[in-house]
Design a protein around this ligand. Structure first.
Ligand code: UDP
Ligand code: MG
Length: 326
């Protein structure tokens, strides 16, 4: 046992009772075969309302390589992931979804590249079975928009399925912002990256927790947490609109002076009011987004609370800091 490196497999799960046994079997198969490393499977229960937590406890009873973390309520996948990173002990961690959309067999290949010295081996989807055309299309468009706004290279068609070296884990743990957009953070921290391709399977069982409302919100978080260029764009557009407005103003003044007062002007007045009013509201919204973010971050609340880590009931002291800095 001694001397072997430890690899953590981190799985955030929210109402995944249908797939957990299947997931465990696939993972067990894999880690039994790989005798070169020790493994821990860290299951993070993100406030599930079904039997997910019971199943986790049951799995740990059977196999002590399974660890679990029970959050005090549902915090969302982004937060569940940072909680898992805080509590994983491995020299590397593999993050994967519970629903087996990310084939565990790929972990073997990730480890191979990790041994070659890569710090972040991420899996890029070659295809996505079982996902609607609309989802694929919006996702592709979104990457494009995000990339246009930021200087950091955001990886296309890449989810959270990846292997991270301890260096990356520590880097991610040191970022304690509450509105997390982990996909961007992976790029932001840098380090040696390696891409591998895979075919994304459909969900093994159960239902997706994503909907378009969540996706839109995550997209806005993605943009506002990585760049202030929407503010810059607002300012530029604002200047342009003012110039046009100013020219139009001059035109009206001169016209009035030259050919006298021209009373019928209802249509043009309405157009100007509505146009400017609309633009102002949009810009207010953009500013509001950033003020809102600043509001959340200045509160400095802990990112999550832990109910239980393995058999131990946790009291949450100062969870604002990564666990190893307490
Ligand atoms: N998940 C989570 N908390 C949530 C929602 C989802 O931990 O509030 C987990 C979920 O259990 C799964 C992963 O995040 O392991 C991806 O979720 P899902 O499969 O529903 O998303 P999709 O693959 O459809 O994008
Ligand atoms: Mg899924």
């Amino acid at each position: 046992m001694e001397g072997k490196k430890l690899i953590s497999i981190l799985v955030p799960a929210y109402n995944e009772q249908e797939v957990l046994y299947m997931l465990y079997d696939r993972l067990k198969n894999l880690i039994d075969k790989n005798t070169k490393y020790n493994f821990e499977i860290l299951l993070v229960n993100d406030g599930s309302t079904d039997n997910t937590f019971k199943i986790m406890q049951e799995l740990r009873q059977k196999d002590k390589r399974v660890c679990y973390l029970n959050l005090s309520r549902n915090f969302g996948k982004e937060t569940a992931m940072i909680a898992g990173l805080d509590y994983c002990n491995g020299d590397a961690v593999v993050i994967m979804d519970a629903d087996l959309q990310d084939p565990p067999e790929l972990i073997q290949e990730m480890i191979k590249y990790w041994e070659e010295g890569y710090d972040d081996v991420y899996a890029r989807r070659r295809s996505r079975k079982g996902e609607s055309f609309l989802k694929k299309f919006t996702s592709a468009m979104y990457y494009r928009v995000l990339q246009a706004f930021t200087k950091i290279k955001i990886q296309k068609d890449t989810g959270d399925f990846r292997l991270l070296d301890r260096r990356c884990i520590e880097a991610l743990k040191s970022i304690r912002e509450s509105q997390r957009y982990t996909k961007g953070l992976f790029s932001w921290i840098g380090y040696n990256k390696k891409e591998i391709l895979y075919d994304r399977d459909p969900r093994a069982a159960g239902k997706t927790k994503w909907n378009y409302r969540k996706l839109v919100n995550l997209s806005i978080d993605g943009i506002t947490s990585f760049t202030t260029s929407p503010l810059r764009w607002s300012a530029k557009l604002g200047v342009l609109v003012s110039i046009i407005g100013f020219v139009y103003m001059l035109y009206i003044i001169i016209k009035t002076v030259v050919s006298g007062v021209d009373v019928p002007g209802y249509a043009s007045t309405m157009v100007v009011i509505l146009f400017l009013g609309g633009i102002q509201l949009i810009f207010l919204g953009v500013i509001g987004e950033y003020v809102g973010r600043a509001f959340y971050e200045t509160k400095g609340r802990p990112l999550y609370f832990i109910d239980q880590y393995n058999e131990i009931k946790e009291t949450n002291k100062n969870l604002n800091k990564p666990r190893n800095l307490l």
